[in-house]
Write a protein that binds this ligand. Structure first.
Ligand SMILES: NC(=O)c1ccc[n+]([C@@H]2O[C@H](COP(=O)([O-])OP(=O)(O)OC[C@H]3O[C@@H](n4cnc5c(N)ncnc54)[C@H](OP(=O)(O)O)[C@@H]3O)[C@@H](O)[C@H]2O)c1
Length: 366
């Protein structure tokens, strides 16, 4: 199942890693709900496992408890996120664990959702169940960066994707940019789209590329199970042509534009022009969008970066030179080193002939 084996980890860590791997199975289909996995273990044996596959369907604990049946009595449950305590579309999982008489619950990550926040653990403890929290918490958090940020701040987790040449160029002067990176890197972008509630772009990218920005191919994944991201076009002058390919599926398109009746007729959601930080809050608070991928040209990418709105930059670098008349990836005019935007490099992966850098902005510098 993973590179983690019982030899390298404690028993508890091993089982929590299994729960984390299970949670990942829902990464393209659960949004806006969080990814959660659960395993139930008795006498060192796995007796139940589950993950949350889709909003409206049972939570991970319910699937695992169903599988364990009456053997759950006296067992230990490992859950990647604090069991829920509220009646939503499904009954509270904390109560299901109590009813099943498990002996112990190990939780990786507390749930900052105000409807849960500590209440799940309280229900378990009040019933005499031993609870341990924080095991493998850093890995478990990576399952739900958007959900966790949105619940605690009201804004989404923002990833900025940029594909550039070795000389930092993202398009030719004419606007032509297909393709800087190779097929494997472009395939990788599909993953980031598929885990996002929205892909944001600028009108100039739509006009230049006539892009759709949807999820079209994910290796080994049935596309019908993927919750497609909303495609959000920022277009303050109302220039989006009705013939744009992005409007082929208008129900998943949002446009930030002065009101246009013809877009309303297509069923497109329109958002009033607003500052980027406010737009992000609107997406989270009104549309339950917790992970955003920005795939835009230098103008919008620079605006997001300069306003300190980027949580992570995903930079694909291709082994090619496009020359000085090609467009730079970052438009800002800096004159001193003190103005630079610096990042922590957290991952480097080679994808075919390209490399992917994952970078976290150092916020104090912004
Ligand atoms: N290599 C890559 O990763 C990559 C990715 C995407 C695109 N591209 C290329 O980038 C080129 C387009 O880049 P671009 O810089 O011209 O356009 P862009 O960044 O895609 O779009 C810029 C437009 O966004 C709108 N916008 C809305 N709110 C904004 C805000 N708060 N701040 C800034 N802009 C805002 C503005 O139009 P209004 O003022 O009219 O609203 C602005 O002109 C194309 O050639 C495309 O192929 C490359």
């Amino acid at each position: 199942m993973s590179e983690f084996t019982q030899n390298h980890l404690s028993q508890d860590q091993y089982w929590m890693q299994q729960a984390i791997e299970l949670a990942r199975l829902g990464q393209y289909s659960t949004k806006p709900n969080p990814n959660v996995g659960c395993v139930i273990v008795k006498d060192g044996q796995l007796i139940g496992e589950g993950y949350h596959p889709k909003a409206g369907q049972p939570h991970a604990e319910v699937f695992a408890l169903r599988q364990a049946g009456e053997h759950a009595k006296g067992a230990t449950a490992y859950v990647t996120l604090e069991p829920c305590a509220h009646y939503g579309r499904t009954p509270p999982c904390a109560e299901a664990l109590v009813k099943a008489q498990v002996q112990k619950v190990v939780v990786a990550c507390s749930d900052p959702n105000p409807l849960v926040a500590g209440k799940g653990v309280q229900i378990l403890q009040a019933a005499g169940i031993e609870v341990e929290t924080g095991l493998c918490v850093e890995t478990a958090k990576t399952l739900n960066l958007g959900f966790l940020k949105a619940m605690s701040t009201g804004s989404p987790y923002v990833r900025l994707k940029i594909a550039s040449s070795l000389d930092g160029r993202t398009a030719m002067a004419s606007g032509e940019s297909k393709w800087i990176t190779g097929a494997i890197a472009r395939q990788d972008v599909q993953h980031w789209r598929a885990i996002s509630g929205a892909v944001i772009t600028g009108i100039q990218t739509v006009l230049a590329d006539d892009c759709e920005l949807n999820v079209r191919e994910l290796e080994g994944v049935d596309l019908t199970s993927v919750v497609q991201p909303k495609r959000v076009v920022l277009d303050r002058q109302g220039q989006l042509p009705l013939s744009a390919k992005i409007l082929k599926n208008p129900e998943t398109v949002m446009v930030m534009t002065p009101f246009r009746q013809e877009l309303a007729d297509l069923g497109v959601i329109q958002l009033a022009p607003q500052p980027l930080s406010q737009l992000l809050q609107t997406l989270t608070q009104q549309y339950q969008i917790y992970d955003v991928l920005v795939e835009a040209g230098a103008t919008l990418s620079t605006a997001f970066l300069q306003q300190g709105l980027v949580d992570e930059m995903i930079s694909y670098v291709a082994p090619t030179l496009l020359g000085q008349s090609a467009r730079a990836m970052f438009n800002a005019e800096f004159s001193t080193m003190a103005e630079q935007l610096r990042f922590d490099l957290v991952d480097v992966t080679q994808l075919g002939q390209d490399i992917r850098l994952r970078l976290l902005p150092i916020q104090e510098m912004i």
